[in-house]
Design a binder for this molecule. Sequence first.
Ligand SMILES: [Zn+2]
Length: 257
Amino acid sequence: MLIDSHCHLDMDDYADDLDAVLARAKTAGVEKIITIGIDLASSRQALALARKYPMLKATVGIHPHDTSTASDTDWEGLLSLVADGGDAIVGWGEIGLDYAKNHSPQAIQRRQFAHQLELAARARLPVIIHDRDAHDDTLAILTASPARGHGGVLHCFSGDWSFAKKVLDLGLYISLSGVVTFKNAAALQEVAAKIPLDRLLLETDGPFLAPHPYRGKRNEPAWVVKTAEHIAQVRGIPVTELAAATRDNTSRLFSIQ
Ligand SMILES: [Zn+2]
């Protein structure tokens, strides 16, 4: 049994066949999927999906891409979703810094990242962190943050082992996506081999980043199995052991029953 700790099921990519996507996930052994908010509308939709499908949990947050247009209305809207959502909402994110695309100015991204860490702490939720080409600033803001009391995960981890150690030292979990299965992912495979088994999460980040051999296709939760198999092989352990450990870690971090 597996958990896909990060997927975007509210996106249009799944609009035509979500029931079939979830049925395939179940058949593949995926028992829970966390669908991630990227703005107010997406967070609202994630909660609606989690209310409709028992195998789903939701998160709320504003992605770094959209921080330049975020306003008080958005923050109030997200907090009221948390208040209404009960145990359907398990985390705050995805939030963080994206210096690869810079859709919002970096100074605004940093300010809104710190602000959302405070909101997450107020909501008593763990955080889901997005970091692209912004390792140093991500670490600096997290080090100064009050949100670490409720834990968090660096999702779709893209650094090397020395960065992974710093993230682990902050008490955070690390989530690996299908990128670890790509042929040119030697640094990530080193992380996959060395990370303590009680700190690792798995994700698809669907519809993006489909694992080998589906690279380039629309990703979906059933394919988290491919990532699990690959990491189990890298570590030389049975996939059932890796699945159980990552499921327990995800359940612990997000307080999922
Ligand atoms: Zn994502």
